[in-house]
Design a protein around this ligand. Sequence first.
Ligand code: C2E
Ligand code: CA
Ligand code: CA
Length: 398
Amino acid sequence: MGIYWVRERYAAGQSVFREGDWGEDAYLIEMGKVDITISRNGEEVTIATLQEGEMFGEIALVDRLPRTASVVVVEDCTLIPITRELVVSKMKQSDPLLSHLLGVVVSRYRETREGNPTRARTAADESSLRLRDYAINQLKIAQHLSDALVRDEFQLFFQPIVHLINGRLAGFEALIRWNQPDMGLVSPLGFIGVAEDTGLIVPIGRWVLKQAIATMATLQTAMDQRDPDNKGLFMSVNLSAKQLQDPGEVDALIGIIRDSGADPRRIKLEVTESALIDNPVLVKMYLTKLKDLGLMLAIDDFGTGYSSLSYLEQYPLDTLKIDQSFIATMRARTSSQRITRAIASLAYDLEMNCIAEGIEDEADIKPLLQMRCQFGQGYHFAKPMSEAQALDYILRRG
Ligand code: C2E
Ligand code: CA
Ligand code: CA
C-alpha cells in the first residue's frame, strides 16, 4: 500500500489541537517540540514535552472520542499526520486478538485519566463497543474454527443453477455451513475471512472440494433415474484467493480431483476478481493447470471487484457470474440493468457463459434471457439445501 507522508508545519505558539476537540489523526514529530497540556480546575497544566521522533494524539486512532489533552507548539514543528483510515486498514489485516487488546488498553487508559469510569455512554462509546463485540466474536470464531474440521462441524449446502430458457437443472453451487455447538449456525460470511487470515481456509477448502465431488456423484445418480437425458450436472466450488497462492495447494487440489475419479469437466471452480489480482503471473499458471485438467473456471461476483477487463482475455475462463447486487436492483434501477446487460454481452462476446446470481423474482428471467444470459441461480428457483434435500429436489422435479 502506498503511503504518502504529507507534512504539516506549525510555528511556535500555535495549537495543534485542544482538549475536547474531535480528531482522527495522530502525529509524529519530525522536527521541533510540543507541550502536552490538560486543564485541571480551570488551569492548564503541562504534563509532557515531546520532541523529534515522538508521537501524540494516538488514542484518537483507536476510538472515536474527543481529545483528552491539548497540544501547543513550543519550537517550530514539522509533523507527520498518521490517519485513522490508515490505522484502521492495518488493524483489519491484523489478528483480531491484537486489535481487541489494543482497544481494551486504550479504554482503560482513558477511564483512569478521566477518573470517571461510570460516566454515561456516548454514541462513540457505543460504536467502540460494537467494535469490541465484533472483535470478541471474531476471536471466538478463530478459537473454535481450528477444531471444526476434526469435530465434523461443517456441512455443505447446495443451490441449484438452472437454464433460464426452460428452468432445467444445470448444476449446483456448494456453499459451506458451520454448525458450531455454542454459536449455532455461523454464516460463511462470518468465518471465511477468519479462515483466510489463519490459513485454515486451506484444509477447509480441501474438505469442501472432496465433499462437493462426492455429492456430485450422488446427485448425478439421482438425476440418471429421474431424467437420463440430463447427464452433465456440474458442481461449482468456491475457491479462496489463499488457495491459489500456494503452488503445493493447487497440486493438492488436483490430487483430490484425480483421486475422486470424477469427471473434471463437471467441476467448476469459482474465484473472485480479487484472487486474480495478487501474483497474476502465478495465478495464471495455476488456473491454466486446472483448466488443462478439464475443469471449468468462473469469476464470482463479477462487477463488484476490480473488473479489469484485460484479465478476461488472459485467464482461461468459462463463466462470468453477475453479482447479485445488480440483479436485485435491476428492475428498480436502470443503471443496474445496464451493467447487467454489459456484463452479459461481454461474456457472450468473449465466448463465455453467464450466470445471474440472486434471482428472487420471476420477472427478472425474461430480460436476462434477452440479454443472452443463459443461467440463473437464486431463491426464486431454490435456496441452498442439504444433500438430502437436493436429492429430493431432483427426484421431484428433475
Ligand atoms: P457467493 O459465492 O456469492 O454465494 C452466493 C451467496 O448468495 C450464498 O450465500 C447464497 O446463499 C446467497 N444467495 C443465493 N441466492 C440468493 C438470492 O436469491 N437472494 C439472496 N439475497 N441471496 C442469495 P452464503 O451461502 O451465505 O455464502 C456467502 C459467501 O460465502 C459466498 O458468496 C462465498 O463467497 C462464501 N463461501 C461459501 N461457501 C464457501 C466455500 O466453500 N469456500 C469459500 N472460499 N467461500 C465460500
Ligand atoms: Ca460463489
Ligand atoms: Ca457470488
